[in-house]
Design a protein around this ligand. Sequence first.
Ligand code: ADP
Ligand code: ZN
Length: 289
Amino acid sequence: MLGAIETGGTKFVCAIGDEKGNIAERIQIPTTEPGETLAKVIAFFQQHRLDALGIGSFGPVDVNRDSQTYGYITSTPKTAWRNYPLIQTLKEAFPVPIGFNTDVNAAALGEITHGAARGLDSCLYITVGTGIGAGAVLQGKLLQGLSHPEMGHILVRRHPDDHYQGKCPFHHDCLEGLAAGPSIEERWGDKVINLADRREVWDLEGYYLAQALMQYILILSPKRIILGGGVMNQKQVFTSIYTYLEDFLNDYVSLPKISDYIVSPGLGNDAGITGSLILAYQAWEEANQ
Ligand code: ADP
Ligand code: ZN
C-alpha cells in the first residue's frame, strides 16, 4: 500500500493507491501552519498500513540526499514553512521508505508514466498557477543537479508595451513575476477568470511563456511539453504560445506538430498526486532491491 502527498500553498492532497496510479482514497487538507497541517496528514495515513510514502512538495525544497537539511522546505515566501523539516516529521510518524521531490517533478513523473508523455523517455511539465515551476524527465530520469531546477524564475525579454513592475519577491520581473496568476491579476486589475475575454491579456501571456518554452526547448530538447496549472485553463493561451513560439524559433529546430508537442496534462489535476505515488514506489523498490 502506497501513500502519496502533494503539498501546495493552499492545500495538501493525501492519497492511498498503487504504482499504476490507481487512487483508492484521498483527502484534501487546507495548508495552515505546519504543525496543524501535518497533524491532519499523519492522522489520515495512520488509518492505513503504509509500505512507502511519496511526496511532491511546493518549494524550494532541499532534495540533495547528502545534505544536512535534506527534506526541508527552504526559502519559500510562506514564512511559517521556511526551513521546515517536512520529511523528518513524516519519517518520525512513518518508518517506511519515503520518496521526495518537488511538486512539478512529481507531476512530470506522473505524466511520463501514465499521462500525456506516456511511452516517451523525456518530457517537461510546467505549471502556471500561483507560481511558475517546471520539472523535466530526460533519458527516463528526473533532472536534478546541485538541487532541483527552478525554471519559473528565468529572465525573459519584456514586451515593449508592458510597464508592469513584476511580482516575484526575489527578482521582480522574472518569468514568474511577469506571467504567474497573481501577476496577471495585479497587472490588469481583475481576477484572472474575469479577464477571459481580454485578448491582449492572453496575447501577452503567450509572449512570455513562449520565450520560456523556447529556452527550455533549446537547452533540454524534451520530446513533449505539458502545460498545467490554473492559468492554463484559459485555452487561448495555447494558441498564443504556438504563434509566438513558431515566430521566435523561426524553424531553427524541427519540432513535431506544435499542438501535439505542447499539450495539456493527460492526468488533469492528478499529475502531481499520481507522480507522488510513483515516488513512493521508487523509494520502496530502492529499499527492497
Ligand atoms: P496553485 O498554483 O496554488 O497550486 P493553481 O494551479 O490553481 O494553484 O493556480 C492558481 C492560479 O490560477 C490563480 O492565480 C488563479 O487566478 C488562476 N486560475 C485558477 N483557475 C483558473 C481558470 N479557470 N482560468 C484562469 N486562471 C485560473
Ligand atoms: Zn523570480
